[in-house]
Design a protein around this ligand. Sequence first.
Ligand SMILES: *[C@@H]1O[C@H](CO)[C@@H](O)[C@H](O)[C@H]1NC(C)=O
Ligand SMILES: *[C@@H]1O[C@H](CO)[C@@H](O)[C@H](O)[C@H]1NC(C)=O
Ligand SMILES: *[C@@H]1O[C@H](CO)[C@@H](O)[C@H](O)[C@H]1NC(C)=O
Ligand SMILES: *[C@@H]1O[C@H](CO)[C@@H](O)[C@H](O)[C@H]1NC(C)=O
Ligand SMILES: *[C@@H]1O[C@H](CO)[C@@H](O)[C@H](O)[C@H]1NC(C)=O
Ligand SMILES: *[C@@H]1O[C@H](CO)[C@@H](O)[C@H](O)[C@H]1NC(C)=O
Ligand SMILES: *[C@@H]1O[C@H](CO)[C@@H](O)[C@H](O)[C@H]1NC(C)=O
Ligand SMILES: *[C@@H]1O[C@H](CO)[C@@H](O)[C@H](O)[C@H]1NC(C)=O
Ligand SMILES: *[C@@H]1O[C@H](CO)[C@@H](O)[C@H](O)[C@H]1NC(C)=O
Ligand SMILES: *[C@@H]1O[C@H](CO)[C@@H](O)[C@H](O)[C@H]1NC(C)=O
Ligand SMILES: *[C@@H]1O[C@H](CO)[C@@H](O)[C@H](O)[C@H]1NC(C)=O
Ligand SMILES: *[C@@H]1O[C@H](CO)[C@@H](O)[C@H](O)[C@H]1NC(C)=O
Length: 353
Amino acid sequence: MLHNKHTLQYSLLLLFATCTNTYVLCCIHGLYHVNCIWSNISSLVFFFFPEACSTMEVKPSANPVVVGQSITLSLSPPTSLNSGSWAVGDVFILTWSKLGDKDQVAVYPNYMGRASIDGSRALTLSSLSMNDSGVYTMRSTDPGVTASLIRTFIFFVLAEPVSNVTTSSNDSALIEHMDTAVALCSVSSGSFISLVWFNSSSEVTANDRVQLTEGNSTLTIVKVSRHDQGPFTCCAFNPVSNATSNPVNFTIYYGPDNMNMTLGSHTTGSNVTAVCASESNPPAQMQWAFKEQLLNTTGSVLELYHVTKDQSGSYSCFAFNNETNLSRNVTGYLDIKGEEGKKYYYKNTHFYI
Ligand SMILES: *[C@@H]1O[C@H](CO)[C@@H](O)[C@H](O)[C@H]1NC(C)=O
Ligand SMILES: *[C@@H]1O[C@H](CO)[C@@H](O)[C@H](O)[C@H]1NC(C)=O
Ligand SMILES: *[C@@H]1O[C@H](CO)[C@@H](O)[C@H](O)[C@H]1NC(C)=O
Ligand SMILES: *[C@@H]1O[C@H](CO)[C@@H](O)[C@H](O)[C@H]1NC(C)=O
Ligand SMILES: *[C@@H]1O[C@H](CO)[C@@H](O)[C@H](O)[C@H]1NC(C)=O
Ligand SMILES: *[C@@H]1O[C@H](CO)[C@@H](O)[C@H](O)[C@H]1NC(C)=O
Ligand SMILES: *[C@@H]1O[C@H](CO)[C@@H](O)[C@H](O)[C@H]1NC(C)=O
Ligand SMILES: *[C@@H]1O[C@H](CO)[C@@H](O)[C@H](O)[C@H]1NC(C)=O
Ligand SMILES: *[C@@H]1O[C@H](CO)[C@@H](O)[C@H](O)[C@H]1NC(C)=O
Ligand SMILES: *[C@@H]1O[C@H](CO)[C@@H](O)[C@H](O)[C@H]1NC(C)=O
Ligand SMILES: *[C@@H]1O[C@H](CO)[C@@H](O)[C@H](O)[C@H]1NC(C)=O
Ligand SMILES: *[C@@H]1O[C@H](CO)[C@@H](O)[C@H](O)[C@H]1NC(C)=O
């Protein structure tokens, strides 16, 4: 199970807007994830926020911001407005006014100790929490300012970094083409988390055998194949961080299949080594047969010493996997040539001398 403390669902987060360019971060928040895309859609912003057009901009020092950190909202171009206020939504953060040479700053009780402004009227907010996402507004009543109210809209995402990503599976051995593998990914903290699985280094995508459910926290592979051994890792990420889990491996029993045998032709009196191979996990138990009669030999190698002509014929290798309960066989033909070839060769050699 994915433990996500924050299930806030924002739909639109605007990073900044000016008269000339409007940058919007549109985010669709599910319970466990957020998908954000940057877009440049002036009309959308002015539709929602007709007052976004101002000669002044507010620039956040970071966006999105990590929970617990600070953010500074600077005015661009920098100004030294005599009086004004900062607010988020309808809630005032602080107000200031210049009396003589001195700034009088009044911080509202909810923001006491974590809000301040500097000479250029940039607002610094510290110890940010998820609640601090919102529309930030700077109002000024200075006579020098064209509009009596300067408002700029700042939305920002406050994301908690992802931590402690762990994967687990019930780790039983699975039989190829029959069993279902299940791995779970859990994240103990973080917000707006997206989860992606990797098999070794390639991203796992859903298909008819692979299911990604519960916001990708559950990976299910039905009718596992030998290529599903892993290692599988789960990567959790959000706009501010990412973390990768421990690997999970599956034990998958398969085979025997893709069998082959090497035999070839030999002359009498030579030694013959036949090797039988198969793809199998666990390795297949093997037994040999000559002309369909089982031999005592087990194991993947059959050794025949000083072979005679009557050892020519079909050799079979039977492979059995005791976990999958499957068996296969492969047959090869051993051709033992007599000494005639050699004699003929010597005769010919003689002929030429
Ligand atoms: C944003 O869109 C406007 C109008 O569609 C365009 O003129 C401007 O070049 C765009 N800005 C960027 C950075 O793409
Ligand atoms: C966030 O706001 C909710 C309700 O508005 C409140 O219950 C909660 O205590 C606030 N959390 C913080 C950290 O301010
Ligand atoms: C990490 O997550 C696991 C499983 O959710 C939990 O048992 C463990 O206590 C967590 N560790 C830390 C340091 O949070
Ligand atoms: C492994 O877990 C899955 C899902 O939780 C379950 O269907 C399956 O029976 C479990 N297998 C074993 C051997 O426990
Ligand atoms: C789930 O995983 C897929 C494939 O990696 C990815 O495209 C998708 O964005 C993920 N969804 C979530 C909710 O994290
Ligand atoms: C993961 O975080 C590291 C820095 O911690 C960053 O370099 C990397 O690009 C991030 N990867 C993704 C996929 O977000
Ligand atoms: C998983 O398999 C990889 C290689 O296939 C291996 O390096 C790793 O040690 C295995 N991990 C576990 C937990 O068995
Ligand atoms: C065949 O094997 C036997 C026993 O290992 C060995 O003595 C002999 O030299 C080998 N013959 C050839 C031709 O390699
Ligand atoms: C024989 O089979 C083994 C295992 O199945 C395989 O690795 C090898 O490439 C095969 N050899 C040939 C010549 O097909
Ligand atoms: C084959 O096995 C049988 C019984 O296990 C044994 O009696 C016989 O001697 C063995 N033959 C050879 C050639 O090892
Ligand atoms: C299969 O054989 C191996 C040894 O050859 C043994 O350790 C294992 O327990 C056997 N498995 C079954 C299911 O009989
Ligand atoms: C050997 O394999 C063939 C298929 O490749 C199968 O038809 C035959 O029955 C097998 N022989 C034995 C004795 O299992």
